[in-house]
Design a protein around this ligand. Structure first.
Ligand code: NAD
Ligand code: UGA
Length: 458
């Protein structure tokens, strides 16, 4: 069958893989290929063991892989054949040189732009899917057009708003799709081509179009706003613990104001994930580079509160457990940065485990999907950490259990059984406020939620 369009995505990670799978699933008339420089990742995409855990992803991939969805390592061929190229490579925080620890590291992204320029033999639409500093598309255009061949490229910005754990739902029914372009004749034409792709399954009124810079900035700002809500409620949780107010009650009261809304007001151990911190720091760096120091300070505060929240959690464990954790066995329930993913990038669990290890605690980590990543993240802690799939086995003989990820599973465990197997006094630190605290207290646990008075037997 002849396909209407050839779509290529460079970078088959958490975004590129699921996004291309969804386009292929919804648009059998297009041939969709995702390429990656990591051959192991591509092998996994072509196997039954996909490289990422994402509810519903298997079904979507199985429905179209080998028909109109392909995973490959041949970047050159992919570029030559493509009409539209999405670029979804990683843009982590820079760890060297100017802007180290703040700015986005654009080396992977720039390499991709050069590869497109070197291999393309016909005009292409190039779509920025990665999250990038404002004005990056200008740099991309300069790289793409800096050649004697003068092949014409249109650059669009189409940031991704999916969240891990709900990626398939977010892609299938997005709140909005954002497409930024130049407002020139050719830019508007390219924009319409991309609108047409999404319009195969997304209602037109949810596909919004802007100029390039608004689109790039909206992505950074959207993540900053979301993270800011979490830091706001986490800051209030600290005050709740001092005043006997209950953060869940406060969040409910705030969120019912329709101007605020109920989502993203769950207090916890702090936000993790590959993007919030990186994107806020990127925004902060951008503001500073334009001399907007007050604006930069404001957003930097969101990250500071997040660090404070993680610190506070460990200090409250130390205080509660008589100011010493040395030699005590502590079991961490959950290591993924949120439920329904195996991803541990920037997970609060990494920081908390390291702090507890500093205190010479012995750690046991359990998680239904993230243990292989946890082993890599904490490899240097060696024997000090055990990784155990079964939560009952993991908690056995421990002085404390700390819930770090809100997996549904941790709500419904047989806590009587867990309590019976623990050293007494037994402590439970609920970093996600998921357990039934009163019931646990009645069983005998000393319970320390976030943003609520502790329930203790002493
Ligand atoms: P990722 O690390 O999972 O995937 C990126 C992939 O790009 C990797 O597999 C890497 O091998 C590949 N790659 C790098 N350079 C390449 C090259 N020259 N050629 C081919 N492949 C190359 O990252 P991710 O989580 O998918 O994030 C990608 C971008 O999307 C980032 O900018 C991120 O900020 C943004 N984003 C991520 C999420 C999320 O939930 N993870 C959501 C929205 C936006
Ligand atoms: C986030 C955004 O939600 C996506 O819209 C965006 O596309 C993505 O970043 C990105 O750019 O990478 P993600 O990081 O996958 O998605 O997951 P979230 O659901 O946003 O959770 C982030 C962190 O915040 C998690 O650690 C989560 O536990 C925490 N969180 C979330 C809270 O502590 N409280 C809440 O109320 C909500």
């Amino acid at each position: 069958m002849a396909f209407e369009k050839n779509i290529l995505c460079i970078g088959a990670g958490y975004v590129g893989g699921p996004t291309m799978a969804m386009i292929a699933y919804k648009c059998p008339q297009y041939r969709v290929t995702a390429v990656d420089i990591n051959p192991e990742r591509i092998n996994q995409w072509n196997s039954d063991q996909l490289p990422i855990y994402e509810p519903g992803l298997d079904k979507v991939v199985q429905a179209c892989r080998g028909k109109n969805l392909f995973f490959d390592t041949d970047l050159e061929q992919g570029i030559k054949e493509a009409d539209i190229i999405f670029v979804s490579v990683n843009t982590p925080t820079k760890t060297f040189g100017a802007g180290s620890g703040m700015a986005a590291d654009l080396q992977y992204w720039e390499k991709t732009a050069r590869q497109i320029r070197d291999y393309a033999e016909s005009p292409k639409i190039v779509v920025e899917k990665s999250t990038l500093p404002v004005k990056t598309s200008l740099a991309m255009e300069r790289i793409l057009t800096n050649d004697s061949d003068q092949i014409y490229f249109d650059v669009l910005s189409n940031p991704e708003f999916l969240a891990e754990g709900t990626a398939i739902h977010d892609l299938e029914e997005p709140d909005r799709v954002l497409i930024g372009s130049h407002e020139t004749e050719s830019g508007l034409e390219a924009r319409e081509t991309l609108v047409e792709i999404y319009a195969n399954w997304v209602p037109r009124e949810k596909i919004i179009t802007t100029n390039l810079w608004s689109s790039e900035l909206s992505k950074l700002a959207a993540n900053a706003f979301l993270a800011q809500r979490i830091s706001s409620i986490n800051a209030i949780s600290a005050l709740c613990e001092k005043t006997e107010a209950d953060v869940s009650e406060v969040a409910r009261a705030i969120g019912m104001d329709s101007r605020v809304g109920v989502k993203f007001l769950r207090a916890g151990v702090g936000f993790g994930g590959s993007c919030f911190k990186k994107d806020i720091l990127n925004l902060v760096y951008l503001c500073r580079s334009y001399g907007l120091n007050e604006v930069a300070d404001y957003w930097e505060g969101v990250v500071r509160i997040n660090d404070y929240q993680k610190d506070r959690f460990v200090l409250s464990m130390l205080n509660a457990m008589f100011n010493t954790l040395a030699g005590k066995k502590i079991c961490l329930f959950g290591f993924a940065f949120k439920a329904d993913t195996g991803d541990t990038r920037e997970s609060p669990g990494i920081f908390i485990a390291r702090e507890l290890a500093e205190e010479k605690a012995e750690l046991v980590i359990t998680d239904p999907e993230a243990l292989s990543n946890a082993r890599i993240d904490l490899a240097d802690l060696g024997e000090q950490v055990d990784y155990v799939e079964d939560p009952y086995e993991a908690a056995e003989g421990s002085h404390a259990v700390a819930i770090l990820t809100e997996w549904g599973l941790y709500r419904d465990l047989d806590y009587e059984r867990i309590y019976a197997s623990m050293v007494k006094p037994a402590f439970l630190f609920d970093g996600r406020n998921v357990a039934d605290h009163q019931r646990l207290f009645e069983m005998g646990f000393n319970v320390f939620p976030i943003g609520k008075a502790p329930l203790t037997h002493y």
